[in-house]
Design a protein around this ligand. Structure first.
Ligand code: TYM
Length: 390
């Protein structure tokens, strides 16, 4: 009999999950747990690669577990645990550090986004400005040396030179800020995808159900697995990413960007948002950006993606024809979408509120999950260490 496919995935405990996390990842997990050997992890080690408050972390982990369970992950069908409860993750990550080229890490889009810096100031100084600045100083010096009292011609010069100097000061300030940013970024942020590779490879995973933004990290995991296998002998399964239909949900307020908690509350819909908040955020969703050449604008496209996920087939059809006929009214589309989301999230929110009253039960599920995950992780790690001569 063919053995079941092994699935691994995880979400960072950010305090609350948004509908991007649900549609990109969790929705796939719910389907997969019915047929495969699934392991789902709250990846707290990943969440400490950026600034955070240690005293909030346990609550954030608990909230993520509530979201997992309320969404329908079933501890009888899947292993659900917290990454830091299984120390083999960080040990394997270290070992994989020794086979991963730094160049591969630097190529990661998420790393590039995190270190990128949007200059506040334009470089609008040109060579003639510089020459003018230098010459102005020369003229001032000469006038002082000559004891000249004719300052009328100097005043104008100084005015232009001062503007150039101010721009220069702005540039220096920008550069210092960038330097400070570079110096505060931690090695963990660069090495983060290696820990993700360790998470996946530790369980000899076949399929990694994730949103599109994590696809590149799974590609890197494949590269690391192949490198290890060719250097030390066949050990790891080379896993594949699996994307959902709604693999990239965009921000409501800026639909050119991926929905993410870090953009701010108006950009995302949290699974725990109240009906009032959901209606408010959707009613303000941007619908008119970038509609060029007759193409659907990114904001409208995003609303249709959401309607396809949450709405009833007849409703989806109705709005699609209205769009095609150009009779669509976005206020109606938004209202229908908000209704559908509120309806869908209602049972989730009730279940979550009930579970929140039983913290002991939730922590027990996580502890039991770690007890099941650990022997699998230990077995792989022992094999890896042996192959590496350790
Ligand atoms: P994280 O915590 O940022 O996101 C969790 C999952 O949600 C998906 N996602 C989205 N999908 C569609 N549209 C969006 N706007 C959107 N935003 C987020 C992500 O693709 C992801 O599937 N490094 C990972 C966590 C991780 C992991 C792993 C995942 C650590 N180890 C091992 C899989 C396997 C992360 O930060 O995801």
């Amino acid at each position: 009999m063919a053995s079941k496919l092994k699935i691994f995935s995880g979400i960072q405990p950010t305090g609350m999950l948004h509908i991007g996390n649900y549609l990109g990842a969790i929705k796939q997990w719910l389907i997969l747990q019915e047929t495969s050997d699934c392991i789902f992890c709250v990846v707290d080690y990943h969440a400490i690669t950026v600034k955070y408050e240690p005293e909030e972390m346990q609550q954030r982990i608990f909230n993520a577990a509530l979201d997992y369970l309320a969404a329908g992950l079933d501890p009888k069908k899947s292993i659900i645990f917290v990454q830091s409860h299984v120390p083999e993750h960080s040990e394997l990550a270290w070992l994989l550090n020794t086979v991963t080229p730094v160049g591969e890490l630097r190529r990661m889009t998420q790393w590039k986004d995190k270190i990128s810096y949007e200059p506040k100031f334009e470089i609008s100084i040109n060579d003639s400005d510089f020459r003018h600045l230098k010459n102005t100083w020369k003229v001032i010096n000469e006038n002082i040396l000559n004891g000249s009292n004719d300052i009328s011609n100097i005043t104008n010069r100084i005015s232009r030179a001062t503007k150039t100097a101010e721009k220069l000061l702005d540039l220096v300030e920008g550069m210092l800020e960038f330097d400070a940013k570079l110096n505060t970024i931690k090695a963990g942020l660069l090495n983060y995808p290696i820990l993700m590779a360790a998470d996946i490879l530790l369980y000899k995973t076949h399929i990694v159900p994730v949103g599109e933004d994590q696809q590149q990290h799974v590609e890197l995991t494949r590269t690391i697995a192949r490198k290890f296998n060719s250097q030390f002998g066949e050990t790891f399964i080379v896993p594949k990413a699996q994307l959902s239909q709604a693999q990239r949900i965009m921000s409501l307020a800026d639909p050119t960007k991926k929905m993410s908690k870090s953009l701010g509350p108006k950009h995302y819909l949290a699974l725990t948002d109240t009906p009032g908040t959901i209606r408010e955020k959707i009613s303000r969703a941007v619908t008119d950006v970038g509609s060029e050449g007759g193409e659907m604008s990114p904001g409208v496209k995003n609303l249709f993606v959401l309607l396809k996920e949450f709405g009833a087939p007849a409703e989806i059809k109705k709005f699609e024809s209205a769009y095609a006929d150009k009779t669509i009214r976005y206020s109606e589309l938004k209202e229908a979408l908000a209704d559908a989301i509120v309806k869908k999230l209602n049972p989730f929110q009730n279940k979550r509120a009930d579970l929140a009253k039983e913290p002991k039960k939730v922590w027990k599920i996580l502890n039991d999950g770690a007890k099941k995950a650990r022997p699998i992780a230990q077995k792989t790690l022992a094999e890896v260490k042996k192959k590496m001569g350790l």
